[in-house]
Design a protein around this ligand. Sequence first.
Ligand code: NAD
Length: 264
Amino acid sequence: MRDFEGKIVLITGASTGLGAAFAVGAATRGAKAVIVNYSKSQAEAEATAAAVRAAGAEAVLAQGDVAEDGDCRSIAAKAEPFGRIDCLVNNAGVTKFAPAHGDLDALEREDFQRLYAVNVVGPFQMLRAARPLLEASGRASVLMVSSIAGVTGIGSSIAYAASKGALNTMTLSLARVLGPKIRVNALCPGFIDTPWHEKGLGAEGAARVREGTKRATPLQAASTAEDIADAGLFFLSDASRHVTGETLLVDAGLHLGFASLSMR
Ligand code: NAD
């Protein structure tokens, strides 16, 4: 499929996991250039850029912390030589693992502030910085990488779920005001098999979540980054040209488990 032919794509947090899968997916489908943002992991970002080039697209590295407005502006500026941005994926995200939600003392005010700064304010600032270049595209698509946590209140912590819920609401507000030139949608993955869980829970904890997800989902699947990116690429492609303000759960059916549990 070459449905990204000629597109200029910018992805935040693209050195690892889902962001890297978006970068390679867009390049494989014909993107002209992929701007690979990373905050700290330069070696991994260079590996993503090499994979993008191997797939046939130009790769541009853009270091920066999306929580910093000045960084967002310099990340967006990397696309200026191309004259436009066709696709912006606000993928960068962080969490604080406090999975025993009843333990309210496990979260500090600073945890909420850090998570909101990256997961909510970051996407807002990135979109604002990229807006002129997105409008120059005339057919731009912005994708917010949210989470099932933001829809159901589950996940690594209450602060994380609340930040993704805020991101979902912000998606609606932005979609309403940025048309007709810019579409804005949100993707809500369930479990994704990326470094995310191992970073927070260690290898054993990550394996436990992976196996638990397989048991809890109708599709009996622990999604890979590519499984999720493939669904997200739909929102970035022209196949979704009349879709804006939409929120899509991509979770192998994980959310359905909660409905049946309540009937027991
Ligand atoms: P990941 O840890 O591999 O990717 C997150 C990326 O964001 C990392 O590359 C990290 O360096 C980058 N990042 C963090 N803070 C940043 C900042 N301030 N500025 C720029 N980059 C920053 O994990 P992933 O699973 O690929 O996560 C990608 C997205 O998917 C996140 O938004 C996460 O909330 C969401 N998500 C993940 C899961 C899951 O199960 N892994 C489920 C639902 C949603």
